[in-house]
Write a protein that binds this ligand. Structure first.
Ligand code: NAP
Ligand code: HSE
Length: 432
């Protein structure tokens, strides 16, 4: 039995330094609860001369992450460097060296999960990743362990703290996109490359991990519909509100009875009465529907130093328990019940459609005609006050339609002479 677990931190930025600080703060408590002491024995950073807001002994620092792998006193490596190429090489070498891996790197797992877990299973070395999805919310352990006896009918989530922070502040305070993004960066919520937050891919990486874990096969990122929040305007937020909805970057993961699954991460209109509509700021939430448990909801901070460190500390405790008594799961188990994603064009949704049109009689009939010809039914129409250049806004909500048919019709609508602006199409979710 080991009384002390040697930890190597690869990365000492927002999260890595937070893990170190919280190990100092709560290390004694962790020791009481787990029976082991966690000792940080090396820390890898890119720039040894950088001023740091958390202090650690200079002797622990190295600029070569491989030093952690060559140290026999290190049992667990915590990968918190970000990026994909270097972490992939590092994690594979760590598994090869028999070191338990903890990571918060969702891009790494979404792109290379299959390869990493194949190696982990072959070497019987766990790879733990609670911090990779939804910050401080323990959704990975819940899906993997607490709900192991369920088939997952659907998982819906607000999975990116930065974009939720931006959308909430745009909706509630009428603020502009750029300054709110800068604030989210300052608060440590955004990725090193914040494009991943606003273009939807950070949330998509998390949705891919959740879907893969829930359905037992690694979802190919190419099979996921991803759109970001960059295109959302204050006008759309206002029109959606008039209709009784809030716009959220929503991850929707669903399985059908034929065993196909669909995963999409797109700005989505959510009824104001639904609990996910009230998840604001940096908070994330995940709504799980299992065939045994029914509906379950998880809520908490989705980004930032301390919430994310909390998930890493949980994984360190799990790593210690594995090191004391090696057992079955290495963090991901594949199974053959599912295995295919539905083609994106065939996925069905209700839609919000905003057009800028000429203000004259007969325009609505032309638009209804184009939709009718494609078999797409109209749920509601509003013509809100206002002007878009020399056009007026026309907002429609549409019945369920396959995305492929909807996109083809969008092209036809855009080509109508009475339609003056690029149509804006957003998904709507009713959680039926
Ligand atoms: P960060 O603040 O940018 O920190 C990255 C750390 O890695 C820095 O200490 C950096 O060194 C070090 N590093 C980068 N490249 C390196 C290299 N080639 N060799 C050695 N060290 C290197 O990033 P973060 O926000 O902590 O995020 C880290 C990981 O956690 C990412 O995968 C991110 O997606 C994930 N994550 C972040 C959050 C969050 O809220 N921030 C939440 C969940 C998951 P220097 O300090 O010298 O630059
Ligand atoms: N940039 C991510 C977010 C960090 O804003 O959600 C947490 O994964």
């Amino acid at each position: 039995m080991k009384n002390t677990i040697g930890v190597g931190l690869a990365g000492f930025g927002t999260v890595g330094a937070g893990v170190y600080a919280n190990l100092l703060k709560n290390g004694a408590l962790l020791e009481q609860r787990t029976g082991v002491r966690f000792e940080v024995r090396k820390i890898a950073v890119r720039d040894l001369s950088k001023a740091r807001d958390v202090e650690a002994p200079v002797a622990l620092f190295t600029s070569n992450p491989d030093d952690l792998l060559g140290d026999p006193g290190i049992d667990v490596v915590v990968e918190l460097m970000g990026g994909v190429e270097l972490p992939l090489r590092f994690v594979k070498k760590a598994i090869g060296a028999g070191k338990v891996v903890v990571t918060g790197n969702k891009a790494l797992l979404a792109e290379h999960g299959a390869e990493i877990f194949e190696l982990a299973a072959a070497k019987r070395v766990p790879v733990l990743y609670e911090a990779a999805v939804a910050g401080g919310i323990p959704i990975i352990k819940s899906v993997r362990e607490a709900f192991v006896g369920n088939r997952f009918e659907a998982i819906h989530g607000i999975l990116n703290g930065t974009s939720n922070y931006i959308l909430s502040r745009m909706s509630d305070e009428g603020l502009d996109f750029a300054p709110v993004l800068a604030e989210a960066q300052k608060l440590g919520y955004a990725e090193a490359d914040p494009a991943l937050d606003v273009n939807g891919w950070d949330a998509a990486h998390k949705a891919i991990i959740l879907a893969s874990l829930a359905y037992g096969f690694w979802v190919d990122p190419k099979d996921v519909l991803v759109e970001g929040i960059e295109k959302i305007t204050a006008a759309d937020i206002g029109f959606a509100s008039e209709l009784g909805y809030r716009i959220k970057l929503l991850a929707s993961i669903k399985a059908d009875e034929g065993g196909e699954i669909e995963v999409r991460v797109v700005p989505t209109l959510i009824p104001k009465s639904h609990v996910l509509a009230s998840v604001n700021g940096v908070f994330n939430a995940v709504a799980v529907r299992g065939d045994v448990v029914g509906d379950a909801l998880f809520y908490g901070r989705g980004a930032g130093r301390n919430p994310t460190s909390s998930s890493v500390l949980g994984d360190l405790a799990e790593a210690a328990s594995f090191l004391q008594s090696p057992r079955g799961s290495v963090g991901f188990t594949s199974h053959g019940l599912y295995g295919r994603c539905k083609p994106v064009a065939g996925t069905v949704s209700k839609y919000y459609l905003r057009l800028g049109v000429e203000d004259r009689p007969g325009v609505l009939a032309q638009i209804a005609g184009a939709l009718g010809n494609a078999g797409i039914g109209i749920l509601s129409v509003i013509q809100p006050e206002g002007q878009i250049g020399d056009a007026v806004p026309l907002v429609l909500t549409l019945h369920d339609a396959p995305l492929g048919a909807m996109q083809a019709t969008l092209g036809k609508l855009a080509a109508l002479p009475c339609v003056k602006t690029e149509p804006m199409l957003l998904h709507m979710e009713s959680f039926a």
